[in-house]
Design a protein around this ligand. Structure first.
Ligand code: NAG
Ligand code: NAG
Ligand code: NAG
Length: 394
Protein backbone atom coordinates (compact mmCIF):
# COMPACT_ATOMS: atom_id res chain seq x y z
CA UNK A 1 0.00 0.00 0.00
CA UNK A 2 2.36 2.68 -1.20
CA UNK A 3 -0.21 5.30 -2.17
CA UNK A 4 -3.80 6.06 -1.40
CA UNK A 5 -5.02 5.84 -4.96
CA UNK A 6 -8.28 6.79 -6.56
CA UNK A 7 -8.91 3.05 -6.79
CA UNK A 8 -8.77 2.71 -3.00
CA UNK A 9 -11.21 5.55 -2.54
CA UNK A 10 -13.57 4.04 -5.10
CA UNK A 11 -13.34 0.71 -3.29
CA UNK A 12 -14.33 2.30 0.03
CA UNK A 13 -17.14 4.20 -1.66
CA UNK A 14 -18.52 1.05 -3.22
CA UNK A 15 -18.29 -0.74 0.15
CA UNK A 16 -20.43 2.03 1.65
CA UNK A 17 -23.01 1.79 -1.12
CA UNK A 18 -23.07 -2.01 -0.88
CA UNK A 19 -23.56 -1.80 2.90
CA UNK A 20 -26.55 0.48 2.60
CA UNK A 21 -28.13 -1.67 -0.11
CA UNK A 22 -27.60 -4.85 1.91
CA UNK A 23 -29.51 -3.55 4.98
CA UNK A 24 -31.78 -6.55 5.38
CA UNK A 25 -30.30 -8.87 2.81
CA UNK A 26 -28.96 -12.31 3.66
CA UNK A 27 -26.23 -13.56 3.75
CA UNK A 28 -24.90 -10.29 5.18
CA UNK A 29 -27.58 -10.20 7.84
CA UNK A 30 -29.17 -13.17 9.56
CA UNK A 31 -31.93 -14.13 11.90
CA UNK A 32 -31.10 -13.79 15.59
CA UNK A 33 -28.76 -16.62 16.48
CA UNK A 34 -29.58 -19.03 19.27
CA UNK A 35 -26.80 -21.56 18.77
CA UNK A 36 -23.53 -19.60 18.96
CA UNK A 37 -22.77 -20.42 22.60
CA UNK A 38 -20.75 -22.30 23.67
CA UNK A 39 -18.43 -20.92 20.99
CA UNK A 40 -17.20 -23.14 18.18
CA UNK A 41 -13.55 -24.08 17.80
CA UNK A 42 -13.07 -21.10 15.46
CA UNK A 43 -13.81 -18.65 18.27
CA UNK A 44 -10.71 -19.03 20.38
CA UNK A 45 -10.70 -18.21 24.12
CA UNK A 46 -7.84 -15.85 24.99
CA UNK A 47 -5.16 -16.45 27.61
CA UNK A 48 -4.94 -14.60 30.90
CA UNK A 49 -1.89 -12.62 31.99
CA UNK A 50 -1.37 -11.56 35.60
CA UNK A 51 -0.35 -7.92 36.08
CA UNK A 52 1.21 -7.44 39.49
CA UNK A 53 0.48 -3.85 40.55
CA UNK A 54 2.94 -4.19 43.43
CA UNK A 55 5.88 -4.36 40.99
CA UNK A 56 7.59 -1.15 39.80
CA UNK A 57 5.80 0.06 36.63
CA UNK A 58 8.79 -0.68 34.38
CA UNK A 59 8.69 -4.39 35.28
CA UNK A 60 4.94 -5.06 35.21
CA UNK A 61 4.57 -5.93 31.54
CA UNK A 62 8.07 -7.27 30.87
CA UNK A 63 7.26 -10.99 30.48
CA UNK A 64 4.25 -10.33 28.28
CA UNK A 65 6.13 -7.81 26.12
CA UNK A 66 8.95 -10.32 25.57
CA UNK A 67 6.57 -13.08 24.64
CA UNK A 68 4.47 -10.99 22.24
CA UNK A 69 7.29 -8.86 20.81
CA UNK A 70 7.07 -10.29 17.25
CA UNK A 71 3.30 -9.65 17.02
CA UNK A 72 3.62 -6.16 18.52
CA UNK A 73 6.38 -5.33 16.02
CA UNK A 74 4.28 -6.62 13.16
CA UNK A 75 1.39 -4.36 14.19
CA UNK A 76 3.65 -1.31 14.63
CA UNK A 77 5.19 -1.88 11.20
CA UNK A 78 1.74 -1.95 9.64
CA UNK A 79 0.79 1.29 11.38
CA UNK A 80 4.02 2.95 10.23
CA UNK A 81 3.48 1.69 6.68
CA UNK A 82 0.01 3.23 6.72
CA UNK A 83 1.40 6.56 7.87
CA UNK A 84 4.21 6.03 5.39
CA UNK A 85 1.70 5.69 2.56
CA UNK A 86 0.92 9.38 3.06
CA UNK A 87 4.43 10.57 3.89
CA UNK A 88 7.85 8.99 3.37
CA UNK A 89 8.27 5.85 5.54
CA UNK A 90 11.86 6.51 6.61
CA UNK A 91 10.94 10.03 7.67
CA UNK A 92 7.87 8.72 9.47
CA UNK A 93 9.99 6.29 11.50
CA UNK A 94 12.56 8.94 12.37
CA UNK A 95 9.77 11.30 13.46
CA UNK A 96 8.03 8.69 15.60
CA UNK A 97 11.25 7.47 17.23
CA UNK A 98 12.21 10.99 18.24
CA UNK A 99 9.01 12.96 18.86
CA UNK A 100 6.78 10.25 20.29
CA UNK A 101 9.51 9.08 22.66
CA UNK A 102 9.48 12.54 24.22
CA UNK A 103 5.77 12.17 24.96
CA UNK A 104 6.37 9.27 27.32
CA UNK A 105 7.77 11.63 29.94
CA UNK A 106 4.67 13.83 29.77
CA UNK A 107 2.35 10.94 30.61
CA UNK A 108 0.95 10.68 34.12
CA UNK A 109 2.46 7.96 36.34
CA UNK A 110 2.61 5.02 36.04
CA UNK A 111 1.90 5.01 32.28
CA UNK A 112 5.15 6.53 30.97
CA UNK A 113 7.21 4.05 32.99
CA UNK A 114 5.04 1.11 31.95
CA UNK A 115 5.64 2.02 28.29
CA UNK A 116 9.38 2.32 28.89
CA UNK A 117 9.35 -1.15 30.43
CA UNK A 118 7.53 -2.58 27.41
CA UNK A 119 9.95 -0.87 25.00
CA UNK A 120 12.95 -2.35 26.80
CA UNK A 121 11.54 -5.85 27.19
CA UNK A 122 10.28 -6.12 23.60
CA UNK A 123 13.31 -4.29 22.19
CA UNK A 124 11.16 -1.75 20.35
CA UNK A 125 12.01 1.99 20.22
CA UNK A 126 10.03 3.84 22.92
CA UNK A 127 8.48 6.28 20.39
CA UNK A 128 6.94 3.36 18.52
CA UNK A 129 5.42 1.94 21.72
CA UNK A 130 3.84 5.35 22.41
CA UNK A 131 2.47 5.55 18.86
CA UNK A 132 1.06 2.06 19.24
CA UNK A 133 -0.75 3.14 22.41
CA UNK A 134 -2.16 6.33 20.85
CA UNK A 135 -3.41 4.36 17.88
CA UNK A 136 -5.89 2.21 19.81
CA UNK A 137 -7.53 5.29 21.23
CA UNK A 138 -8.64 6.31 17.74
CA UNK A 139 -9.90 3.42 15.63
CA UNK A 140 -12.42 1.26 17.44
CA UNK A 141 -16.05 0.56 16.52
CA UNK A 142 -18.10 -1.54 18.89
CA UNK A 143 -21.34 -2.87 20.31
CA UNK A 144 -21.81 -3.02 24.10
CA UNK A 145 -24.71 -4.43 26.12
CA UNK A 146 -25.61 -4.37 29.81
CA UNK A 147 -28.55 -6.61 30.73
CA UNK A 148 -30.25 -7.72 33.93
CA UNK A 149 -31.65 -11.20 34.55
CA UNK A 150 -35.02 -11.51 36.37
CA UNK A 151 -33.21 -12.35 39.65
CA UNK A 152 -31.18 -9.12 39.45
CA UNK A 153 -27.88 -10.63 38.23
CA UNK A 154 -26.18 -8.18 35.83
CA UNK A 155 -24.27 -9.11 32.69
CA UNK A 156 -22.15 -6.93 30.42
CA UNK A 157 -20.81 -7.92 27.03
CA UNK A 158 -19.19 -6.28 24.07
CA UNK A 159 -17.88 -6.78 20.58
CA UNK A 160 -14.76 -4.82 19.78
CA UNK A 161 -14.60 -3.95 16.09
CA UNK A 162 -11.27 -2.52 15.04
CA UNK A 163 -9.54 -1.29 11.94
CA UNK A 164 -12.16 0.40 9.76
CA UNK A 165 -10.45 1.82 6.65
CA UNK A 166 -7.06 0.61 7.85
CA UNK A 167 -6.06 -1.28 4.74
CA UNK A 168 -8.56 -3.49 2.94
CA UNK A 169 -6.81 -6.72 1.99
CA UNK A 170 -8.19 -7.37 -1.51
CA UNK A 171 -6.69 -10.82 -1.75
CA UNK A 172 -8.32 -12.15 1.41
CA UNK A 173 -11.37 -9.86 1.73
CA UNK A 174 -10.32 -8.79 5.22
CA UNK A 175 -9.08 -5.69 7.00
CA UNK A 176 -5.35 -6.17 7.33
CA UNK A 177 -4.95 -4.44 10.70
CA UNK A 178 -7.87 -6.29 12.27
CA UNK A 179 -6.12 -9.52 11.27
CA UNK A 180 -2.91 -8.44 12.96
CA UNK A 181 -4.76 -7.43 16.10
CA UNK A 182 -6.32 -10.82 16.85
CA UNK A 183 -3.11 -12.56 18.09
CA UNK A 184 -2.51 -9.65 20.50
CA UNK A 185 -5.74 -10.01 22.47
CA UNK A 186 -5.39 -11.16 26.09
CA UNK A 187 -7.21 -10.95 29.39
CA UNK A 188 -5.33 -9.23 32.18
CA UNK A 189 -5.84 -10.02 35.84
CA UNK A 190 -4.89 -6.91 37.84
CA UNK A 191 -3.57 -8.14 41.16
CA UNK A 192 -2.35 -6.48 44.32
CA UNK A 193 -1.15 -8.41 47.37
CA UNK A 194 -2.10 -11.60 45.58
CA UNK A 195 -5.76 -10.56 45.16
CA UNK A 196 -7.58 -9.73 41.93
CA UNK A 197 -8.70 -6.10 41.96
CA UNK A 198 -9.95 -6.00 38.35
CA UNK A 199 -10.00 -7.94 35.10
CA UNK A 200 -9.72 -6.33 31.68
CA UNK A 201 -9.24 -7.17 28.01
CA UNK A 202 -6.01 -5.80 26.52
CA UNK A 203 -4.04 -5.79 23.31
CA UNK A 204 -0.54 -6.87 24.36
CA UNK A 205 1.56 -3.71 24.65
CA UNK A 206 -1.46 -1.39 24.99
CA UNK A 207 -1.70 -0.37 28.63
CA UNK A 208 -5.08 1.36 28.53
CA UNK A 209 -8.40 -0.40 29.11
CA UNK A 210 -11.46 -0.48 26.84
CA UNK A 211 -13.36 -3.33 28.55
CA UNK A 212 -13.23 -4.48 32.16
CA UNK A 213 -14.88 -5.73 35.34
CA UNK A 214 -14.25 -4.89 38.97
CA UNK A 215 -15.56 -7.91 40.89
CA UNK A 216 -18.68 -7.16 42.91
CA UNK A 217 -18.62 -3.47 41.96
CA UNK A 218 -18.90 -2.57 38.28
CA UNK A 219 -18.39 -3.43 34.63
CA UNK A 220 -17.33 -0.84 32.07
CA UNK A 221 -16.72 -0.56 28.34
CA UNK A 222 -16.12 2.35 26.00
CA UNK A 223 -17.35 2.77 22.43
CA UNK A 224 -15.95 5.39 20.10
CA UNK A 225 -18.08 8.41 19.23
CA UNK A 226 -17.50 10.45 16.08
CA UNK A 227 -17.70 14.19 16.47
CA UNK A 228 -16.28 17.08 14.54
CA UNK A 229 -14.44 18.16 17.66
CA UNK A 230 -13.14 14.62 17.92
CA UNK A 231 -10.26 12.68 19.35
CA UNK A 232 -7.75 14.15 16.94
CA UNK A 233 -8.28 17.63 18.34
CA UNK A 234 -7.88 16.38 21.88
CA UNK A 235 -4.60 14.69 20.94
CA UNK A 236 -3.31 17.72 19.10
CA UNK A 237 -4.03 19.86 22.16
CA UNK A 238 -2.24 17.27 24.28
CA UNK A 239 0.79 17.23 21.95
CA UNK A 240 0.91 21.01 22.13
CA UNK A 241 1.23 20.80 25.89
CA UNK A 242 -2.34 21.13 27.22
CA UNK A 243 -2.47 18.05 29.45
CA UNK A 244 -5.81 18.79 31.15
CA UNK A 245 -7.71 16.04 29.30
CA UNK A 246 -7.29 12.36 30.16
CA UNK A 247 -6.30 9.64 27.70
CA UNK A 248 -9.33 7.42 27.25
CA UNK A 249 -7.72 4.05 27.98
CA UNK A 250 -5.91 5.37 31.07
CA UNK A 251 -9.08 7.01 32.36
CA UNK A 252 -11.06 3.79 32.05
CA UNK A 253 -8.29 1.82 33.72
CA UNK A 254 -8.36 4.26 36.66
CA UNK A 255 -12.14 4.16 36.98
CA UNK A 256 -12.03 0.38 36.85
CA UNK A 257 -9.21 -0.20 39.32
CA UNK A 258 -9.90 2.65 41.75
CA UNK A 259 -13.68 3.19 41.93
CA UNK A 260 -15.24 2.14 45.21
CA UNK A 261 -18.80 2.08 43.84
CA UNK A 262 -20.97 2.22 40.74
CA UNK A 263 -22.13 5.70 41.75
CA UNK A 264 -18.58 7.00 42.18
CA UNK A 265 -17.57 5.61 38.78
CA UNK A 266 -20.64 7.15 37.17
CA UNK A 267 -19.81 10.53 38.63
CA UNK A 268 -16.22 10.57 37.31
CA UNK A 269 -17.36 9.43 33.87
CA UNK A 270 -19.93 12.21 33.78
CA UNK A 271 -17.52 14.96 34.81
CA UNK A 272 -13.81 14.36 34.04
CA UNK A 273 -12.22 16.16 31.09
CA UNK A 274 -11.26 13.67 28.36
CA UNK A 275 -9.19 13.65 25.18
CA UNK A 276 -11.97 12.34 22.95
CA UNK A 277 -15.75 12.07 22.76
CA UNK A 278 -17.05 8.59 23.66
CA UNK A 279 -19.89 6.41 24.88
CA UNK A 280 -19.34 4.77 28.26
CA UNK A 281 -21.39 1.70 29.05
CA UNK A 282 -21.45 1.13 32.79
CA UNK A 283 -23.01 -1.68 34.80
CA UNK A 284 -23.20 -2.01 38.60
CA UNK A 285 -23.72 -4.94 40.97
CA UNK A 286 -27.28 -4.13 42.07
CA UNK A 287 -30.61 -4.35 40.28
CA UNK A 288 -31.23 -1.36 38.00
CA UNK A 289 -27.59 -0.29 37.81
CA UNK A 290 -26.85 0.09 34.11
CA UNK A 291 -26.44 3.16 31.93
CA UNK A 292 -24.90 4.67 28.81
CA UNK A 293 -23.11 7.98 29.33
CA UNK A 294 -22.55 10.00 26.16
CA UNK A 295 -19.58 12.31 26.46
CA UNK A 296 -17.99 15.16 24.59
CA UNK A 297 -14.45 15.98 25.59
CA UNK A 298 -15.50 18.47 28.25
CA UNK A 299 -19.17 17.85 28.96
CA UNK A 300 -21.79 15.12 29.23
CA UNK A 301 -24.34 15.17 26.41
CA UNK A 302 -26.73 12.44 27.52
CA UNK A 303 -27.41 9.84 30.20
CA UNK A 304 -29.49 6.79 29.32
CA UNK A 305 -30.57 4.79 32.37
CA UNK A 306 -31.37 1.10 31.87
CA UNK A 307 -34.47 1.39 34.06
CA UNK A 308 -35.86 4.10 31.76
CA UNK A 309 -35.32 2.34 28.41
CA UNK A 310 -38.23 0.80 26.51
CA UNK A 311 -37.32 -2.68 27.76
CA UNK A 312 -36.33 -1.61 31.25
CA UNK A 313 -33.84 -4.49 31.49
CA UNK A 314 -31.05 -3.74 28.98
CA UNK A 315 -29.06 -1.00 27.29
CA UNK A 316 -27.36 -1.56 23.95
CA UNK A 317 -24.92 0.94 22.48
CA UNK A 318 -23.05 1.07 19.17
CA UNK A 319 -21.21 4.11 17.80
CA UNK A 320 -24.08 6.57 17.35
CA UNK A 321 -26.08 8.83 19.65
CA UNK A 322 -28.84 6.65 21.09
CA UNK A 323 -31.48 9.42 21.01
CA UNK A 324 -31.12 9.70 17.21
CA UNK A 325 -31.57 7.20 14.36
CA UNK A 326 -28.57 5.04 13.50
CA UNK A 327 -27.11 5.92 10.07
CA UNK A 328 -28.33 3.80 7.16
CA UNK A 329 -24.79 2.70 6.24
CA UNK A 330 -23.97 1.24 9.65
CA UNK A 331 -27.00 0.14 11.63
CA UNK A 332 -25.97 -2.51 14.14
CA UNK A 333 -28.39 -1.12 16.73
CA UNK A 334 -31.69 -2.19 15.12
CA UNK A 335 -30.66 -5.87 14.71
CA UNK A 336 -29.04 -5.84 18.18
CA UNK A 337 -32.19 -4.47 19.85
CA UNK A 338 -34.35 -6.87 17.88
CA UNK A 339 -32.33 -9.89 19.04
CA UNK A 340 -32.26 -8.72 22.67
CA UNK A 341 -36.05 -8.34 22.65
CA UNK A 342 -36.46 -11.73 21.06
CA UNK A 343 -34.13 -13.23 23.67
CA UNK A 344 -36.40 -11.91 26.45
CA UNK A 345 -35.28 -11.08 29.97
CA UNK A 346 -35.89 -14.65 31.15
CA UNK A 347 -33.00 -15.89 28.99
CA UNK A 348 -30.49 -13.19 29.91
CA UNK A 349 -27.13 -14.77 30.68
CA UNK A 350 -23.72 -15.27 29.11
CA UNK A 351 -25.08 -17.58 26.39
CA UNK A 352 -27.99 -15.36 25.38
CA UNK A 353 -25.93 -12.21 25.05
CA UNK A 354 -23.18 -14.06 23.18
CA UNK A 355 -25.80 -15.19 20.66
CA UNK A 356 -26.92 -11.59 20.10
CA UNK A 357 -23.33 -10.42 19.60
CA UNK A 358 -22.75 -13.31 17.16
CA UNK A 359 -25.57 -12.28 14.82
CA UNK A 360 -24.53 -10.53 11.60
CA UNK A 361 -24.11 -7.60 11.14
CA UNK A 362 -23.56 -7.04 14.90
CA UNK A 363 -20.77 -9.52 14.18
CA UNK A 364 -18.84 -8.33 11.12
CA UNK A 365 -15.39 -8.54 9.55
CA UNK A 366 -14.01 -5.88 11.90
CA UNK A 367 -15.03 -7.79 15.03
CA UNK A 368 -11.85 -8.88 16.77
CA UNK A 369 -13.22 -10.08 20.09
CA UNK A 370 -16.37 -10.71 22.11
CA UNK A 371 -16.02 -10.29 25.87
CA UNK A 372 -18.55 -11.53 28.43
CA UNK A 373 -18.60 -10.25 32.00
CA UNK A 374 -20.60 -11.08 35.09
CA UNK A 375 -20.06 -8.58 37.86
CA UNK A 376 -21.13 -10.47 41.01
CA UNK A 377 -18.58 -13.23 40.36
CA UNK A 378 -16.01 -10.94 38.70
CA UNK A 379 -16.08 -13.23 35.67
CA UNK A 380 -14.52 -12.31 32.33
CA UNK A 381 -14.24 -14.52 29.28
CA UNK A 382 -13.03 -13.29 25.89
CA UNK A 383 -13.17 -14.97 22.50
CA UNK A 384 -11.28 -14.02 19.36
CA UNK A 385 -13.86 -13.71 16.57
CA UNK A 386 -13.72 -14.45 12.88
CA UNK A 387 -16.92 -13.64 11.03
CA UNK A 388 -17.78 -16.56 8.72
CA UNK A 389 -17.81 -15.41 5.08
CA UNK A 390 -19.81 -14.01 3.44
CA UNK A 391 -19.75 -11.32 6.05
CA UNK A 392 -20.06 -7.60 5.74
CA UNK A 393 -16.90 -5.49 6.13
CA UNK A 394 -18.39 -3.54 9.09
C1 NAG B 1 -29.78 -15.59 38.33
O1 NAG B 1 -30.12 -15.92 36.99
C2 NAG B 1 -29.03 -16.31 36.19
C3 NAG B 1 -29.47 -16.50 34.76
O2 NAG B 1 -30.78 -16.18 34.51
C4 NAG B 1 -28.43 -17.58 36.75
O3 NAG B 1 -27.34 -18.00 35.94
C5 NAG B 1 -27.96 -17.32 38.17
O4 NAG B 1 -27.46 -18.49 38.72
C6 NAG B 1 -29.09 -16.77 39.02
N1 NAG B 1 -28.53 -16.37 40.28
C7 NAG B 1 -29.08 -16.64 41.45
C8 NAG B 1 -28.38 -16.15 42.67
O5 NAG B 1 -30.12 -17.28 41.52
C1 NAG C 1 -3.83 -13.44 2.73
O1 NAG C 1 -3.80 -14.48 3.67
C2 NAG C 1 -2.69 -15.36 3.57
C3 NAG C 1 -2.87 -16.49 4.53
O2 NAG C 1 -3.34 -16.04 5.77
C4 NAG C 1 -1.40 -14.56 3.81
O3 NAG C 1 -0.28 -15.40 3.70
C5 NAG C 1 -1.32 -13.43 2.79
O4 NAG C 1 -0.20 -12.63 3.08
C6 NAG C 1 -2.59 -12.57 2.87
N1 NAG C 1 -2.55 -11.57 1.80
C7 NAG C 1 -2.27 -10.29 2.03
C8 NAG C 1 -2.29 -9.41 0.84
O5 NAG C 1 -2.01 -9.88 3.15
C1 NAG D 1 -22.71 -8.15 44.48
O1 NAG D 1 -23.98 -8.72 44.33
C2 NAG D 1 -24.14 -9.99 44.94
C3 NAG D 1 -25.54 -10.48 44.65
O2 NAG D 1 -25.73 -10.66 43.29
C4 NAG D 1 -23.89 -9.88 46.44
O3 NAG D 1 -23.95 -11.17 47.03
C5 NAG D 1 -22.52 -9.29 46.68
O4 NAG D 1 -22.32 -9.07 48.05
C6 NAG D 1 -22.36 -7.97 45.94
N1 NAG D 1 -20.99 -7.54 46.08
C7 NAG D 1 -20.65 -6.39 46.64
C8 NAG D 1 -19.19 -6.11 46.75
O5 NAG D 1 -21.49 -5.61 47.06
Amino acid sequence: MKNVTLGTLLLYLSLFVARSLSQDVPPYTEDCRTDAYPPSAKDIPVKTYVLNLDLPPQQRWANLAKEKAPQIKDMINSIINLVGSVVNTTEAIAFVDKEFALLADGLPAPYGDEMKGIATAANIPLGQVVLYNVFYELFTLCTSIVAEAPNGTLYHARNLDFGLFLGWDVENDTWSLSEKLRPLIINVDYQSKGETVARAVHFAGYIGVLTGVKPGVLTLSMNERFQLDGGYIGFIKWLLGDHSGKWMGFFIREVLVDSISYEAAKKSIMTEELLAPAYFILGGNSSGQGCVITRSRETMDNLEEMTKTESGWFVLQTNYDNWKNAPFFDDRRTPGDKCMNRLTQNKVGLAGIYNVLSTKPVLNLLTTYTALMQVNTGYLETYIRNCPQPCFPW
